[in-house]
Design a protein around this ligand. Structure first.
Ligand code: FPP
Length: 246
């Protein structure tokens, strides 16, 4: 089958907007280093960029925004930095969940949150519960998330059903795998952004990125804001997507 090329303005949300944008928030450490500040100051400024960008995404009419807040590999950072990141997350949730709710934003997570500290799991669950009926924007925090781990969990689930005789291996298809990913009820990923000039996916949404547009920007995450998000969306609107057709 051959599909004629369409720009993203036509293909995605119909209004030129990507439905689902995901961001690898990179560059907090370099932002701090340039200012002769400790790394935690970069992460703190990064948390402020999260606040501003989520609000902008809702105002622009995105359906979903997924932010890579803590990867399954980030546990390898120093104990001090892990504690700082968890502390910032705790502070963010305590301070911002009510504001998310006021703005009609639904909080979600992807990743295995069971490894987080108990009180943090509670804060996440409370925020998800409070905002569950909101429809303006799905704000998805990737917490202890790794795409390979996500796929592994999906495969294990399917294998368990096969072993129990409930599933014929021949009937396994893409939809069945997608239905078991953490992102199963989110809109398809249209645009994946990485800040700070690095050009890697770093184990983020590998399955979902199959046909997403990729955008690498030099901006360090703490300097990212609504204007930067608008510029990224404008870039997305100019691209042609073929989804494997010609
Ligand atoms: C990468 O910067 C960023 C992270 C490891 C995590 C992102 C965390 C935040 C934005 C702060 C807290 C988040 C929330 C949701 C409140 P880096 O340290 O790898 O930067 P570098 O590559 O310049 O060292």
């Amino acid at each position: 089958m051959s599909a004629s090329p369409v720009t993203n303005a036509e293909a995605a949300g119909g209004n030129g907007m990507p439905r689902h944008v995901a961001i690898i928030m990179d560059g907090n450490g370099r932002w701090a280093k340039r200012r002769f500040l400790p790394r935690v100051a970069g992460h703190r400024a990064g948390a402020e960029a999260v606040r501003v960008t989520v609000k902008a995404a809702a105002d622009m009419g995105l359906r979903a925004l997924t932010l890579y807040a803590f990867s399954s590999e980030n546990w390898r950072r120093s104990a001090e930095e892990v504690t700082d990141l968890m502390g910032l997350l705790r502070h963010y949730l305590r301070k911002e969940v009510a504001e998310l709710h006021r703005n009609g934003i639904r909080l979600r997570t992807i990743g295995d949150i069971s490894a987080l500290e108990g009180d943090l799991i509670g804060l996440v669950r409370d925020g998800v519960e409070l905002t569950k009926n909101n429809r303006r924007l799905d704000f998805v925090l990737a917490l202890n998330y790794g795409a390979q781990d996500e796929m592994l969990r999906a495969v294990r689930g399917i294998a368990t059903e096969v072993q129990a005789g409930k599933l014929d291996p021949q009937s396994i298809d893409q939809a069945m795998i997608e239905a078991r990913l953490d992102t199963c009820d989110l809109p398809p990923l249209d645009l994946l952004i990485r800040t700070s000039g690095e050009r890697r996916l770093s184990n983020f949404l590998l399955w979902q990125a199959a046909y997403a547009e990729l955008l690498f920007v030099d901006t360090l995450w703490p300097d990212f804001d609504g204007k930067a998000l608008s510029a990224a969306i404008a870039d997305f609107g100019t691209r042609e997507r073929r989804f494997g057709g010609r």
